[in-house]
Design a protein around this ligand. Structure first.
Ligand code: CA
Length: 381
């Protein structure tokens, strides 16, 4: 065969590639190739419209998925109340009226008590501990099991880091000061407050300022300086307490309707998974940057007083937390199962953190235990 003949032979072969190198194979018919399926999805959230970090993170996630999928998945995003009320996000995803939602697992404690472990546990693990448990331990597996009966697939998307203890209209000098105190506090923290004599109230973010300002509640916690200031809580109460004993590393969630998830090809599922993990990290980074700047502004405001909870109050709340967790575990088998897993992981995590993080912090802050007022005085405005 001449070289020229060989060249044309190869060319013919390559044009008949789909049918193999066979002269009798029919030419590929473009009409028989199905176009790539596209998805027009809706995503609702529990957050106020345009709310920084949280709703921004939701937008970021939606855009990432659209870009990565080259437009095969387009997500129309709605904030709380725009399509469904904020606290009906879970139901909307469960029923399939929307495909995606974003919120926090402890909002659904009434349906799934054990889901509270997936957001935050008072005196429990911080952000890095939660991520280790969810991604590296059994956390995410257990979470998926808990939501399966509701046709919902969860992913960790967002972490606030350690929160602040909240805004109070009066000083908290002893556990007695919590008696009768009506406070916005979701999840297990709310249960602890209740056992301490307080009255926990669950309200969406958009409702907090009005409720506190009008005196419908006596105290409110949201996240930290940046978000709290944005909600106007500094204009509704004077005393701002640290630390957020009730939420040491709150994980937020992306929830996907099971049938919608199952309809995706593995490559699209992987894109959702990776965008979720990236946004989980992105939100945590935002808080690391934004909270201190907002705290500086709060410290400059003469109407705001930043205080630390007295150690005796924290010790009592910690004791009450153990009692609450044991009581809840006795009521619900799933709660017991998740609690046992969380507790064992947290104990190991604590050993490592004591040796690494705490050991490091005590080297860099030799005045442990901290004098919070001294720390605040050293923050330059
Ligand atoms: Ca909170």
């Amino acid at each position: 065969m001449h070289l020229k003949q060989l060249f044309f032979g190869v060319l013919l072969c390559s044009t008949a590639l789909l049918g193999g190198c066979n002269e009798s194979a029919p030419a590929p018919d473009s009409k028989t190739v199905a176009p790539e399926k596209t998805y027009q999805w809706k995503m609702v959230s529990t957050w106020p419209p345009n709310f920084p970090v949280f709703q921004e993170g939701v937008d970021r996630f939606a855009k990432s998925v659209e870009t990565m999928s080259n437009g095969r998945i387009k997500i129309q995003v709605y904030a709380g109340g725009e399509l469904v009320p904020a606290l009906q996000t879970f139901d909307a995803v469960s029923q399939g009226s929307v495909q995606l939602g974003h919120g926090a697992a402890y909002y659904w404690a009434g349906k799934v008590p054990a889901a509270q472990f997936m957001s935050s546990v008072p005196f429990g693990m911080n952000a890095s501990g939660m991520n280790a448990w969810l991604y590296g331990g059994d956390g995410l597996k257990l979470w998926r099991e808990l939501y399966k009966p509701f046709n919902v697939v969860p992913f960790p998307v967002g972490n606030t880091g350690v929160q602040m203890g909240g805004w109070f209209k009066k000083e908290i000098n002893s556990i007695e000061d919590l008696k009768g105190l009506k406070m916005r506090m979701p999840g297990l923290g709310g249960k602890v407050l209740s056992k301490a004599g307080g009255v926990p109230v669950l309200l969406a973010g958009s409702e907090l300022y009005t409720a506190l300002e009008r005196g419908n509640i006596d105290a409110a916690e949201w996240v930290g300086p940046y978000h709290d200031k944005r909600l106007g809580l500094d204009r509704a109460a004077r005393y701002y307490y640290t630390p957020g004993w009730h939420e040491p590393g709150t994980t937020l969630e992306l929830i996907v309707n099971q049938a919608a998830w199952d309809s995706l090809t593995p490559d699209l599922q992987k894109m959702i998974e990776e965008a979720a993990m990236a946004t989980n990290q992105w939100m945590h980074i935002q808080f690391e940057i934004l909270n201190l700047n907002a705290l500086r502004e709060l410290l400059a405001d003469k109407n705001v007083k930043v205080l630390a909870f007295p150690p005796a109050v924290l010790a009592q709340l910690k004791q009450i937390t153990s009692e609450v967790l044991a009581e809840e575990a006795a009521k619900d088998a799933d709660f017991r199962r998740v609690y046992d897993n969380y507790k064992a992981f947290a104990a190991d995590n604590d050993i490592w953190h004591t040796l690494s993080e705490i050991s490091y912090y005590s080297a860099t802050h030799p005045d442990f235990p901290l004098d919070v007022q001294k720390v605040l005085q050293n923050i330059t405005h």
